[in-house]
Ligand binder design. Structure first.
Ligand SMILES: *Cc1c(COP(=O)(O)O)cnc(C)c1O
Length: 454
């Protein structure tokens, strides 16, 4: 029996959801949580520890949602929790500068400084402005690009998700993909017309859009490696082509690393391509999720020359009552401090074991599928080959996913409640947790095999 602050009680997930439906739209505060595309009753989670979460009925699940990214070290990592406690004891926020913000910015900048094979220092970003959500970070990046260039147009890729601001909801991934809708109501045609959506990984479409509109394009925004339509990495060299094309036309490249930042590698997707010899220069890079260690915190980094156009130095306005909140910057710093090379190694090993085991279980049941990878991040597609763009990502037997999802859930594994989301493994997913996932995979694969297109 969970007692709510309101004094009312809920013994079951179903009871809690009924109460939630009465007081909030769809019973949720973010659409995918409603289980709309998989059916059934959302689990009201009461606690999380390491690779596990527990709902209000006391049922424990191995968690592969990972707070949609931040739980890189697992839930309630002792160092992160200790940092939060220590910060809370000094007050919840001041709306003034505090040194924790500077500490976090220094940590981030250090991580995004790599030495190239020839000894030159490469910096992913030179300055960082903190916000509370990834949505604010990308929204500000666009304003900044328009302010810097004096141009109106934005180019984005179909199936990429950059948060829920007006100009970024056209053919977006994540919940928009899950709901199978082209965009959102409530956005004016004028705003929508300023975002040009092109297919991902398509060099010809990119060349064409710049040939036609080049002198009016402020920026191209891209997920550094797309992961909100399932995982769809860029073709080798595609990010560099984006940077070069944008720069040749006087436009900026905004690389959205809200999900990949501090996950793909310690230095994000940028770090991965730096290491693999395909370096690219983004003008602006956005961060979120892991950067806050689980609390609401995100950020916008980039070249100093561009970032300095923000108020109070420059003419582009951006602000936030809660920006740089001292508790959030403390948990973020503890998270980054705790995420050393061993963490990324464990993450990769755990992800491989889980993906290989699931793939074997699906293959044994004859379910057509593929596992797509971007660094340590992966997702499963119910199609033969890994997709390169949104149209291909949508061309799969997605109707198998609800049965698969509930097969896993019934056997104690919590997956993202949408086929269009990446799976989030943590460094805390040890062999015991992985074994539970693989045990659940067999019956879930059977359920997927016998699912029928409705
Ligand atoms: C999650 C996400 C966002 C939005 O971040 P919020 O904190 O949910 O506003 C933006 N871009 C990408 C790539 C994301 O994965």
């Amino acid at each position: 029996m969970t007692r709510f602050v309101s004094g009312r009680t809920s013994a079951t997930n179903a009871e809690a959801f009924e109460r939630a439906l009465a007081v909030s739209p769809g019973g949720v505060n973010s659409p995918v949580r409603a289980f709309g595309s998989v059916g059934g009753t959302p689990r009201f989670l009461a606690s999380g520890r390491g690779p596990y979460v527990t709902d209000i009925e006391g049922t424990q699940y191995v968690d592969l949602v990972g707070q949609w990214g931040p739980a890189l070290l697992g839930h309630a990592h002792p160092d992160v929790i200790a940092a939060a406690h220590a910060a809370v004891d000094h007050g919840l926020g001041f709306g003034a500068v505090s040194t924790g913000e500077v500490d976090l910015a220094e940590l981030v900048l250090d991580r995004l400084t790599l030495t190239a094979p020839d000894g030159t220092e490469r910096r992913g970003i030179e300055k960082l402005r903190l916000t509370s959500t990834g949505t604010e970070a990308t929204m500000t990046a666009i304003r900044l690009a328009r302010g810097a260039t004096g141009r109106p147009l934005l180019v984005k890729f179909a199936g990429h998700y950059h948060g829920h601001s007006d100009s970024l909801l056209s053919e977006a991934g994540s919940g928009i993909a899950t709901l199978g809708i082209p965009g959102s109501a409530g956005i004016t045609p004028e705003t929508a017309a300023q975002t040009i959506v092109i297919p991902y990984n398509d060099e010809a479409a990119l060349a064409e859009v710049f040939a036609r509109h080049g002198d009016r394009i402020a920026a191209v925004i891209t997920e550094a490696a797309a992961a909100n339509m399932g995982v769809v990495p860029p073709k080798p060299g595609f990010n560099r082509l984006l940077a070069d094309t944008a720069h040749a036309h006087g436009a900026l490249l905004i690389s959205d690393e809200v999900m990949t930042g501090f996950r793909a590698t310690a230095a994000g997707w940028w770090g991965l391509e730096e290491r693999e010899g395909a370096p690219y220069d983004a003008d602006l890079t956005t961060f979120g999720k892991i950067i806050g260690g689980g609390l609401p915190l995100a950020g916008l980094g980039g070249r100093a020359e561009v970032l300095d156009l923000l108020a109070p130095l420059g003419p582009v306005y951006q602000a936030g009552t809660l920006s740089g909140n001292p508790v959030a910057v403390a948990t973020g710093a503890a998270m980054l401090a705790g995420a050393g090379p061993a963490v990324y190694e464990r993450l990769m090993i755990a992800a491989r074991k889980i993906a290989d085991g699931l793939s074997a279980a699906l293959a044994a049941e004859g379910v057509v599928h593929t596992v797509a990878w971007a660094g340590s991040q992966f997702s499963i597609f119910f199609r033969e080959t890994a997709p390169q763009n949104y149209a291909e990502a949508q061309d799969q037997e997605s109707w198998r996913y609800p049965a698969f999802f509930h097969g896993m859930l019934d056997h104690g594994v919590s997956l993202p409640p949408s086929v269009y989301e990446a799976w989030f493994v943590s460094a805390a997913h040890d062999d015991a947790a992985i074994a539970r996932v693989l045990d659940a995979a067999r019956p879930a694969a059977r359920a997927a095999a016998s699912a029928s297109r409705s």
